[in-house]
Write a protein that binds this ligand. Structure first.
Ligand code: 13P
Length: 251
């Protein structure tokens, strides 16, 4: 089953406007050089419009780091899906572990965000992952299954075809501690079987499942060689043009 790889950079709360536009231009060049894979960056919301303009004529995809579920209203601090599509943004991260842990977003809210995004034509990247305590307690698969089932509640098979999954073990984010390729593949295989159980095998075989958590130039090739790893969601190493370019050019 061929799944088009997706390499995504999550810039989190980094980069000024000028820095973001400059980096996006360089990443767009990397993306143009690799037409067999999708490349996306998710800048901070302050830079979304400028980055969209700067890379409009390139294959680089631009995503938001989060998205609200209503098209407008009294939601101080939030950005609506139509505000994003208005800029040319057509992807968004949903349920990143930092949103869950620091900002208290729960699975029900994440599900609303995901369905809101889909409703307005934005492809969501649903992020899931277990903490170290949950892994050490042997609860990894139960936690992930619950995040997937609740995150995808009332998401149709057609909508799921537009959705990307990203497995980011919380203990591997920003720690320099990547999951081993075996640990990552074990979880990705589990997630694909779970999707087949919830939906159907054909859909599961088509769904892209990204790995995130300390992805670097020196581990990307081994990760991408795993049968169920279809791409990467990169934090720190996406902030430097040189390291992200090497990740985009995984072999
Ligand atoms: P790092 O690559 O810095 O570990 O961050 C991963 C991440 O959270 C991407 O969303």
């Amino acid at each position: 089953m061929h799944r088009r790889p997706l390499i995504a950079g999550n810039w989190k709360m980094h980069l000024t406007l000028t820095e973001a536009v400059n980096l996006a231009r360089t990443v767009a060049t990397s993306a143009s050089a690799c037409p067999d894979r999708d490349v996306m960056v998710a800048p901070a919301s302050t830079a979304l419009a400028a980055v969209c303009n700067a890379v409009a004529d390139t294959p680089l995809l631009v995503g938001a780091q989060n998205v609200a579920w209503e098209k407008e209203g009294a939601f101080t601090g939030e950005i609506s899906p139509i505000m994003l599509t208005d800029l040319g943004v057509n992807m968004a991260l949903v349920g990143h572990s930092e949103r869950r842990q620091i900002f208290g977003e729960d699975d029900a809210m994440i599900n609303r965000r995901l369905r809101g995004a889909l409703h307005f034509g934005i492809r969501p990247v649903l992020c899931i992952g277990e903490t170290l305590a949950e892994r050490e307690d042997g609860r990894t698969f139960a936690v992930l299954e619950s995040q997937v089932r609740q995150g995808l509640h009332e998401v149709s098979i057609e909508q799921m075809a537009e959705t990307v999954l990203a497995y980011e073990p919380v203990w591997a984010i920003g720690t320099g501690k990547t999951a081993t390729t075996e640990q990552a593949q074990e979880v990705h295989g589990f997630l694909r079987r779970l999707l087949a159980a919830i939906y159907e095998k054909t859909l599961a075989d088509k769904t892209r499942i990204l790995y995130g958590g300390s992805v670097k130039p020196d581990n990307i090739d081994a990760l991408m060689a795993q049968p169920d790893i279809d791409g990467a969601l990169v934090g720190g190493a996406a902030l430097k043009a040189e390291s992200f370019d090497r990740i985009v050019q995984f072999r």
